[in-house]
Design a protein around this ligand. Structure first.
Ligand code: SAH
Length: 394
């Protein structure tokens, strides 16, 4: 097996068992993109196994701390069985929840591989050159371990590009997801469509936060901004919200939300569904003197990387300021950020600034994070991205 050596004094992340080593820390060496190599200290001691990619800024993606071990079929099978087994408890009652993330890349020691289970179907992402080379092996193992009806690929094209890979999507194994296919989460049903044309997936990572947020919704007038297909709206309704107003800028998302209402036996006109830019919608509601008992703000990733943080902080600040202005006295604001570049501390600070500007006294009722199928690895802080606060607004 090829050996790749680190530069002297550049071994800190290796000591911390971080799964990435950047190009600048590696002694230049020839190698195939995605090749499995032994990672060695500058003094020559082999310490880990990794995928090597000389074309990526992340040259090494470490996946084993046994440098003499074999990365064969049994090894990958063991990794997959362990990752899947850790989620069994989440799917113990499929009449409540039948879908979750099964493999979360580096946090499951499978760098570059993401697998989501939508009931009987799997959606996979091969995001690195290393995983790309293992594609057939991984697919046959997923077939064996999970026995899905079909496996579909929905890889993030931008991430593949950084690894020197082209886009890749479509049906890989078994059958296409049938039309009008529904999954269950917290006992609520949601349509999911991963076939070539549609692509309305589902944000599986908000499952627990939807439930925790909805617990506060009983008897309240709820505004769900950035509602997508209605994850928070339907959970809040189930918990007895008095009214639900759902806002999103995407008509496809709102169409899915309406279908999900019907699927769960909710009358068509039970929610107020608004297609609008949420930033502008909030301002208009304030201008028109409206208020809500509870506001949920779950915007898309506004800071994809650390470089975008400053600009994103201003957007989050603006959003939360408008949200706080629009909440009734004694009401609740549930606010989220799925930006990896923004920490929980940052989100708290943004809410503190917003509260000052809105002249509201705000206390934290609950701090929210990622569910156990999207675990945070303490060796890999980058796996922490989702954070939320449930706030009481006086
Ligand atoms: N809360 C949702 C997930 C939100 S994802 C759930 O529980 O499933 C972010 C959503 O924001 C997407 O549906 C996207 O269409 C929408 N969006 C993006 N920019 C927006 C904007 N400026 N105004 C309103 N919606 C927006």
């Amino acid at each position: 097996m090829k050996k790749i050596y680190l530069k002297e004094a550049r071994e800190k992340s290796l000591k911390n068992k971080h799964p990435w080593i950047f190009k600048s820390a590696v002694k230049p060496a020839k190698g195939e993109a995605g090749e499995i190599v032994q990672v060695c200290t500058s003094a020559g001691k082999a310490v880990a196994l990794a995928f090597y990619n000389p074309h990526s800024q992340i040259s090494l993606r470490l996946f084993s701390w046994d440098p003499e071990g074999k990365a064969d079929r049994t090894f990958w099978e063991d990794r997959i069985v362990r990752a899947v087994g850790k989620r069994d408890f989440l799917l113990a009652d499929p009449t409540m929840t039948d879908s979750c993330r099964l493999i979360f890349g580096e946090a499951d020691e499978l760098p570059g591989l993401v697998v989501d289970r939508y009931n009987e179907y799997l959606s996979v992402q091969f995001l690195t050159a290393g995983m790309e080379l293992l594609r057939e092996e991984i697919l046959s193992l997923l077939d064996r371990v999970v026995k899905p009806k079909g496996i579909l690929e929905k890889s993030d094209t931008d991430m593949r590009k950084l690894e020197g890979l082209g886009p890749s999507e479509g049906l890989l194994r078994g059958r296409e997801m049938p039309p009008a296919y529904a999954i269950r989460e917290n006992g609520i049903r949601f349509f999911v469509d991963l076939t070539a044309g549609q692509k309305t997936g589902f944000y599986l990572d908000q499952r627990d936060n939807r439930r925790k947020t909805a617990r506060w919704a009983k008897g309240l007038d709820v505004l769900d901004a950035f509602c997508y297909s209605g994850g928070f709206s339907l959970n809040a309704w189930k918990e007895g919200a008095r009214s639900v107003t759902a806002v999103d800028s995407s008509d496809t998302a709102l169409e899915a939300l309406r279908d999900n209402m019907t699927l769960n036996g909710i009358e068509k006109d039970a929610f107020t569904v608004v297609e609008d830019n949420a930033f502008e919608f909030l301002r208009r509601e304030i201008r028109e003197g409206r208020t809500y008992d509870m506001i949920i703000l779950d915007p898309p990733k506004l800071a994809p990387t650390k470089a975008h943080v400053e600009k994103a902080m201003r957007a989050y600040k603006d959003l939360n300021l408008q949200g706080l202005k629009l909440v009734k006295k004694g009401g609740i604001l549930a606010t989220f950020s799925c930006s990896g570049g923004l920490s929980l501390q940052d989100l708290k600070m943004i809410c503190a600034w917003s509260a000052l500007d809105a002249h509201r006294n705000v206390t934290v009722l609950e701090v929210l994070s990622q569910p156990p199928d999207h675990p945070v690895s303490l060796r890999y802080p980058e796996s922490e991205y989702l954070k939320g606060l449930i706030l009481r607004v006086e």
